[in-house]
Ligand binder design. Structure first.
Ligand code: ASP
Length: 311
């Protein structure tokens, strides 16, 4: 049994471990861990306090996958709810669908009485106003009828903050894997933009036959490369976590992938974990026997050519 997350998952690692200690499944552990991070208003890439889109609306994306049967639940562009990861899991459980977006996702969340939340904190709102003023050169009252949001988004994204989507992977006592992701996505995005995080196969994947993987970073790249599914399939073909992750990172060298790159977490059914990143960094692991999460180094893989012009 083991739980893996990025360093911004520290807040949720003990909750995830406790879920496993209590006999919970990998899905329980992933959901419990991510819920803690979604409540952290200081984390501007996830849930409460997440940076909004160009119009000042916080739109959340999340997805979760059960490696035992490859069941999936996901939501995207969800506004006004505290725990998109839990709404995503309920999509998996209650509906004959795997993915809800926008108004439909919000209707579903209301129908299941998911916890509501005013996600735009004063701090995030101020950061948005500053960004509009300094980079986009526009006043908020001009936005509803502005004819060229495309240009404003390009200006706002320039020198954008590095993202911090939260990914959790877990392996439970029954040998089942789970991958889950939750994010407010790319700050100052075009309304309705969806990144890799809620897209099964791009931002996350779990399959007991191979392994689990999840991504953070520039989602447009992971969508194009199908990164998480690539890792899982390579594991199924017999590659180690180190080889599968490195190959998937190399596969991110896409023509014109000019908006940064991807960090990756990998976990196989034997509990071998690995992390990869384009800059030096760490990831976290915890097992039911451990009091505190352990920090491990990510393998650094150079960014693909031309990948950094907007970081
Ligand atoms: N991958 C996320 C997205 O593209 C953002 C991030 O990880 O920072 O929406």
């Amino acid at each position: 049994m083991i739980v893996v997350s990025g360093v911004t998952g520290r807040l949720g690692m003990k909750a995830a471990r406790d879920a496993l200690r209590a006999g919970g499944s990998a899905l329980d552990a992933v959901e419990a861990g991510i819920r803690q991070v979604e409540l952290n208003a200081q984390d501007h890439s996830v849930g409460l306090g997440g940076y909004p889109n160009i119009l000042g609306e916080v739109q959340l994306d999340a997805g979760i996958m059960d490696g035992s049967n490859r069941a999936v639940g996901a939501v995207a562009a969800l506004r006004g709810f505290a725990h998109p990861i839990s709404v995503a899991r309920q999509v998996m459980i209650r509906l004959p669908h795997v993915f809800l977006v926008g108004a439909g996702a919000e209707r579903f969340a209301a129908e299941i009485a998911a916890e509501r939340s005013d996600l735009l904190t004063p701090e995030a709102k101020q950061a948005w106003l500053d960004r509009l003023n300094q980079y986009a050169g526009v006043r908020p009252e001009e936005l509803p009828t502005h004819p060229d949001l495309v240009t404003l988004v390009w200006r706002a994204l320039n020198e954008r903050q590095r993202g911090g989507t939260i990914d959790f992977l877990a392996l439970d006592a029954a040998g089942n894997l789970c991958a889950g992701v939750s994010t407010s996505g790319c700050a100052w995005k075009y309304p309705g933009r969806v990144g890799d995080s809620p897209i099964c196969g791009a931002g996350y994947y779990a399959d007991n036959r191979g392994g689990a993987a999840a991504c953070t970073g520039v989602g447009e790249v992971a969508i194009r490369a199908g990164t998480a599914r690539t890792v899982s399939l390579l594991l199924q073909l017999g590659y180690s976590v180190a080889e599968a992750g490195a190959r998937a990172m190399q596969d991110l060298a896409l023509p014109g992938a000019g908006r940064g790159s991807i960090d990756l977490l990998v976990l196989d059914p034997q509990g071998h974990a690995a992390g990869f990143a384009t800059d030096p960094g760490q990831f976290l692991v915890i097992t039911p026997e451990m009091d505190e999460p352990e920090e491990r180094e990510r393998v650094t893989v150079s960014a693909p050519p031309n990948s950094r012009e907007y970081e």
